[in-house]
Design a protein around this ligand. Structure first.
Ligand SMILES: Cc1cc2nc3c(=O)[nH]c(=O)nc-3n(C[C@H](O)[C@H](O)[C@H](O)COP(=O)(O)OP(=O)(O)OC[C@H]3O[C@@H](n4cnc5c(N)ncnc54)[C@H](O)[C@@H]3O)c2cc1C
Length: 407
């Protein structure tokens, strides 16, 4: 890379790679430091709603994602106990025409590879893997100093702008927040992928191969959707629980999951125990979006580092992608003087992420409802027209983070 980077990005997850691509699109050179020697991702899927895919398309990432992504035709809510349909909202062509971008589901590893492939093809982006940013500090005169461990060597570098995309367990967060730790929500996410045939054997017609299905129960919710060109299904069950360690996926004894799912409906229990199911548990952590995201000295938090939102609205990655595009657009307006752009970024993004977090909390309340609340929910959902269901998502899926009125 010939140009000195305008910014250092810590972390090559969805937030870090998208930020780098968006900055390069505005002619701003970036270097990313990623601690993992190789970018691999354990088996897990990701829903990408139109507010995210419209931005990925402009960064030429959707083409690279290509056939790895599946375009579901609907999202359905079902009662886990009776396996009966509560509501079905169209996606596919109908959703694309309404929100001007596709709703896609994919494997996280496929999105990560598509982003990385695009980043590696950009002359303005340098991706350095196996580089652990073990210390960082803001300088009084502006900018930041980083202490980077790579193999056995240590490097000290200065940057006018530090973009921290280091995820829910961000260390960079301590540079601007007094409370740096993420909060365990009391929920854990159980995740696996299964061959579609095995899932269909367990669930029969209750599982449509071309839609996103959420099975609701007071004790859990289970989301199922196709990935890998429809050959496999991604399953995520979210239920209360305890996982002591701060770590992503861990193998786990799946007996408690099977018990809860079987109690709701034996077919769901068979799904959990289907051949090839290897469940991992993920503690669901949250980071409050209401606290500071930036420092005028030259620091911006993006993605989960700023605001990890529990996955009840399936919007964490989408919010990271929106952050990235907005930050890059604003930085490009005042190159070399990031302070006003950083303030404008925080002001533009915070209300949106707070609203998304509220929607997630509402989903958690209604999806896990019991008794009269569940009864009322079912009544309302069964009576809602497709138009009313879609209209409820216009503010979320129809949003263009890069539109002038949203910056
Ligand atoms: C169960 C579950 C389901 C979800 N489903 C969806 C969904 O359907 N749709 C959706 O939009 N979102 C979903 N999400 C949320 C989404 O996965 C996250 O919001 C998103 O991946 C966050 O990306 P990120 O880049 O901010 O962080 P991460 O993906 O955590 O990336 C951080 C990167 O920084 C690196 N790093 C950390 N510290 C350092 C350091 N000191 N030095 C160098 N590198 C460092 C890490 O190695 C990592 O590569 C889900 C989350 C969960 C838990």
């Amino acid at each position: 890379m010939s140009n000195a980077p305008a910014a250092i990005v810590v972390g090559a997850g969805i937030a870090g790679l998208t930020t780098a691509l968006a900055m390069a699109q505005h002619g701003l050179p970036v270097r990313i430091y990623e601690r993992a020697p190789e970018l691999t991702e354990v088996g897990a899927g990701l829903q990408l709603s139109p507010n995210a895919t419209r931005l990925l398309a402009r960064l030429d990432v959707l083409d690279a994602l290509g056939e790895h992504a599946v375009r579901p035709q609907a999202v359905a809510l079902m009662q886990a106990r009776s396996l009966s349909l509560l509501a079905s909202m169209p996606l596919g062509d109908v959703g694309e025409a309404r929100w001007n971008a596709p709703y896609l589901v994919t494997h996280r590893a496929d999105l990560q590879s598509a982003l990385l492939e695009r980043a590696r093809s950009e002359a303005l982006i340098e991706v350095v893997t196996g580089a652990f940013v073990e210390k960082s500090e803001l300088s009084k005169d502006g900018g930041a100093r980083l202490h980077i461990r790579r193999n056995e060597t240590i490097e000290d570098i200065c940057t006018p702008l530090l973009i921290a995309a280091d995820g829910v367990w961000s260390h960079s967060r301590r540079l601007i927040r007094s409370s740096v730790r993420s909060r365990f929500t009391g929920y854990i996410a159980w995740r696996t992928t299964l061959p579609m045939t095995a899932a269909k054997t367990a669930l029969g017609d209750a599982l449509a191969a071309d839609r996103v299905t959420a099975f609701l129960d007071p004790a859990f919710h289970l989301v199922a959707y196709p990935i890998s060109n429809g050959r496999a299904i991604n399953l995520v069950a979210i239920l209360p629980g305890e996982v002591p360690l701060d770590a992503w996926a861990q193998d786990a004894d799946d007996a408690p999951l099977k018990k809860v799912l079987t109690r709701a409906n034996p077919s769901l229990g068979r799904l959990a125990g289907a051949e090839g199911a290897r469940w991992t548990v993920w503690p669901v952590h949250a980071v409050t979006p209401a606290d500071a995201w930036t420092s005028p000295q030259g620091l911006a938090l993006v993605g989960d580092a700023a605001h990890a939102v529990p996955p009840f609205a399936a919007q964490g990655a989408a919010m990271a992608i929106e952050d990235a595009v907005v930050l890059a657009r604003l930085l490009a307006r005042t190159p070399g003087a990031p302070a006003p752009a950083l303030a404008a970024y925080e002001a533009a993004r915070k209300p949106r992420v707070v609203r998304v977090a509220r929607r997630g909390a509402f989903n958690r309340f209604t999806w896990h409802a019991r008794g009269p609340v569940a009864f009322a929910r079912n009544l309302v959902l069964r009576r809602r027209s497709e138009e009313a269901l879609m209209a409820d998502f216009d503010w979320l899926y129809g949003f263009d983070a890069d539109a002038p009125q949203n910056l």
